[in-house]
Design a protein around this ligand. Structure first.
Ligand SMILES: *[C@@H]1O[C@H](CO)[C@@H](O)[C@H](O)[C@H]1NC(C)=O
Ligand SMILES: *[C@@H]1O[C@H](CO)[C@@H](O)[C@H](O)[C@H]1NC(C)=O
Ligand SMILES: *[C@@H]1O[C@H](CO)[C@@H](O)[C@H](O)[C@H]1NC(C)=O
Length: 184
């Protein structure tokens, strides 16, 4: 009887011990994983200019949904050039492909759903995905970068946008972008 009990107790202790060991080693491996991932995380800063041309012979932004009389709901598909410098003819580094909609009934606030697809240098073939609210009358707008591909796999970050030129008559615009992203 006593030997049976002590055997039961021994099994119980063994179970508790292995459970503790397993959970502490899980924490141990989690820590190794965390520090490795942190060490591998890189931060990149990108600076480029975005050219939105909704008019003329070769528009890069076209209406795909017409809005109401206040334009609420209007949606445009874009394939805008991204250049190194502010000049429309400066070196092409990629394209902003996606869409934007007028998402506010009271002012011009856009819902931006844009992939920055890079075609130059070390970023060639990599992309960043941005989704955010763009209150265009503000001097600087911040929008989240929610992911990326290629060099930018697992990216997270933010974009700052500032309109440097806007033509009221044809709505052509040039916007400066600073993008800060963490990736692996
Ligand atoms: C801007 O818009 C005009 C007319 O709508 C167009 O002809 C012109 O090529 C556009 N170009 C640039 C660089 O803004
Ligand atoms: C970007 O990559 C593509 C496909 O690999 C290649 O054809 C193209 O020449 C590259 N562009 C630049 C500017 O390096
Ligand atoms: C982007 O960064 C440059 C250099 O730091 C700065 O001069 C510029 O004002 C910034 N623009 C935006 C929109 O953040």
């Amino acid at each position: 009887m006593t030997s049976f009990l002590s055997h039961r107790l021994f099994i119980l202790y063994l179970n508790i011990f292995t459970t503790l060991l397993a959970s502490s080693s899980a924490i141990f491996w989690e820590n190794i994983f965390d520090t490795t991932m942190k060490r591998m995380a890189k931060t990149s800063h990108l600076h480029f200019y975005y050219h939105d041309i909704p008019s003329g012979k070769n528009p890069t932004a076209v209406t795909i949904i017409r809005g109401n009389e206040l334009s609420f709901g209007a949606t445009y598909m874009i394939d805008d050039a991204l250049t190194e410098g502010p000049d429309h003819w400066s070196k092409l580094v990629g394209r902003a492909q996606g869409m934007y909609s007028i998402a506010s009934q009271h002012d011009i606030s856009l819902l931006m759903i844009v992939n920055f697809v890079f075609t130059d240098g070390k970023y060639n073939g990599s992309s960043l995905s941005m989704i955010g609210s763009n209150h265009v009358s503000e001097n600087v707008r911040e929008m989240p970068i929610v992911g990326g591909s290629g060099i930018f796999r697992l990216a997270k970050g933010y974009a700052l946008a500032h309109t440097i030129w806007f033509d009221q008559t044809n709505r052509n615009a040039t916007v400066e972008y600073n993008v800060t992203v963490q990736h692996f």
